[in-house]
Each structure stands twice: as C-alpha cells, then as structure tokens.
Write a protein that binds this ligand. Structure first.
Ligand code: NDX
Length: 256
C-alpha cells in the first residue's frame, strides 16, 4: 500500500516551482491564449464549450485528493489538521468543478490548453492530497496554531473575493453573449484582476495554514500563472476602453 516518500514530495514540489518559473518566462510578455487573449484568426483549432472545458479541466483537482482521502487504508483520522486541510482544498475544487462551470458564460476553450490544464490539475491534486494524507504531521492542537488560524482566515477571505468576483464577471453578459465590458463593483473598483487577486490570497492562505512546501509551491505557481494574466487583462482594458477608470490598478489595490 502507499506510504510517504519525502523525496517524492520534494521532487514534485521542486518541479512545480520550476513550472511556475517556466510559466512566468512564457507568459510575462504574451498572455496565455484563452478567453480575451485568444488569437481567433491566426490559430484555428479545436475548442470545447467553456462549460465542459472547465468541468473536465478542474475535475482531477477535486477527484484525486478526494479519492486519496477516502481510499486510504487504514483511514487516517489523526491529526484533525490533515483532514481539515485536505477538505479545504477539495472544497475549492468542488466549487471550481461542480458550480463555476455550470454558470460560466465564457467563450469556448482551446482543446490544447485544456489538455495541459488537466495534466496540471492531476499533478497538483496528487501532490497536495498525497502530502496531506500520507506525509503531513501536525501537533494535535494545530487547529489553534496562529499559522493555521490566520492561514484559514486568508483562505476564506480569498475564496470569498474570488467567488464574488467570478459572479460580477458573469453578470456582465446575458446568456449567449460573448462581448467584453468594463467590470464594476467589489474589488473591481480598485483592480482589473479581482478574481485573480482572490485566488492568489486564497492559496497563500492555504500555504500558511498547511505550512508545507507543496502548498507554498502551488501558491507560487498560482501567482506566476494568473499574476501576469491580470496584468495582460489590465492592458487589454486600457487599450479597448477609452473610458476605463484611470485609478484602477492591475492586481494590487493602489500599488500595481
Ligand atoms: N486553470 C489554473 N503552462 C488554468 C487553465 C489554463 O484553474 O501550458 C491554471 C486554472 C492553464 C492553467 C490552469 C495552468 C497552466 C497552463 C494553462 C494553459 C497554458 C498553461 C496549462 C490549469 C501551460 C505550462 C507551460 C507551465 C505547462 O469569454 P471569456 O472566457 O473571456 O469570459 C470570461 C469572463 N470575462 C468577462 N466577461 C465580460 N466582460 C469582461 N470584461 C470579462 N472578463 C472576463 O469571465 C470568463 O468566462 C470569466 C473569467 O475570465 P478570466 O479571464 O477573468 O478568468 P480565467 O483565466 O478564465 O479563470 C477563471 C477562474 C478565476 O477565478 C481564476 O482565479 C481561476 O479560474 N484560475 C485560473 C487559472 C489557474 C488558476 C486559477 C490557478 O492557478 N489557481
């Protein structure tokens, strides 16, 4: 049966960190080609409706850790911290897999990116789940540790911002519409990438609550993946809308 191999966790986390840097070098200058940054005419290729694409892409991030948690024998009941943290991860991906896709009004998603996105979700879902369920050790009072409590608070705050911002974006379109408008309300008042800001806060909160290398590697990956994307969204808005609010920043309120 499965057991903890610390070397495996170290190797997978390092590779995730390396992927984050690769991501940064690839997408700092040019955005990843989906949504408003897709070059429709230049690159005709397969697409899947946004609904199916997001469902399929994110499903492994829910399924893999959920299965690891459910199938471990003997079940790991102690310490409480491990199960709680694994449930937090699954909770986010329950939302992203079973709720977000069914409401999205996004454009069809490129198959090629879907394939890589799915591979990424399998990889990361395995790493986070495997670490928490087979490797992590926490004292029994971890739930009252300042790292756990402050991390959990950040996680919940970030998730709230992310879900609320996703909702504001969705309400910009009527069903069937694919045009872009200026996002308004919530944190969009201050930044163009409010949904991304929430997601980044969320995963840094998760990293602090788990205090683990895999979770910090994932938070760093998230930052390198959607940080530049927030900047590209911001540039797109400035270029497209002459009446775009001048005081609005890309990702960090009042700063950048
Ligand atoms: N999916 C994470 N890399 C990614 C998919 C792409 O969950 O090969 C990372 C995720 C993947 C990426 C994933 C990993 C790396 C990949 C990359 C593709 C290439 C890259 C695989 C897995 C790669 C290497 C080389 C390292 C292997 O029509 P539309 O779609 O634009 O409509 C949008 C709409 N909208 C508007 N509507 C009206 N007016 C406006 N002005 C609008 N602006 C937007 O809102 C969408 O329907 C919706 C949201 O759009 P957008 O662009 O703001 O967000 P989006 O990027 O689609 O993300 C959606 C949510 C969001 O909450 C975000 O925080 C979260 O997913 N997310 C996204 C990406 C990654 C991630 C979280 C994470 O890293 N944690």
């Amino acid at each position: 049966s499965m057991q903890c191999y610390p070397g495996l966790v170290l190797a997978l986390s390092s590779l995730l960190g390396a992927l984050a840097l690769l991501q940064l070098s690839l997408y700092l200058r040019v955005p990843s080609r989906y949504g408003k940054h897709e070059e429709r005419l230049c690159r005709p290729r397969g697409r899947l409706p946004a609904r199916c694409a997001w469902f399929l892409q994110e499903l492994p991030s829910f399924l893999v850790p959920a299965l690891l948690l459910a199938l471990r024998s003997p079940p790991r009941l102690e310490p409480l911290g491990c199960r709680l943290l694994c449930c937090l991860f699954c909770w986010h991906y329950f939302y992203r897999t079973f709720i977000y896709p069914f409401f999205t009004r996004g454009r069809p998603f490129p198959l090629q990116l879907l394939f890589f996105g799915m591979l990424f979700c399998i990889y990361n879902g395995f790493l986070q789940g495997y670490y928490l369920i087979y490797c992590a050790e926490y004292p029994n009072d971890w739930c009252t540790d300042i790292r756990f409590t402050s991390g959990l608070l950040l996680f919940l705050l970030g998730m709230g911002i992310n879900i609320h911002s996703d909702l504001l974006l969705r309400q910009l379109r009527k069903p069937g519409e694919v045009t872009y408008k200026i996002p308004q309300g919530g944190l969009f008042t201050y930044i163009s990438g409010a949904n991304y800001f929430g997601e980044i806060v969320e995963w840094f909160g998760f990293a602090i609550a788990t205090w683990s290398l895999p979770a910090f590697a994932f938070a760093f990956f998230t930052l390198c993946c959607i940080g530049p994307r927030a900047y590209h969204h911001h540039r797109y808005y400035l270029k497209t809308f002459t009446d775009y609010p001048k005081s609005r920043k890309a990702l960090i309120p009042f700063v950048f």
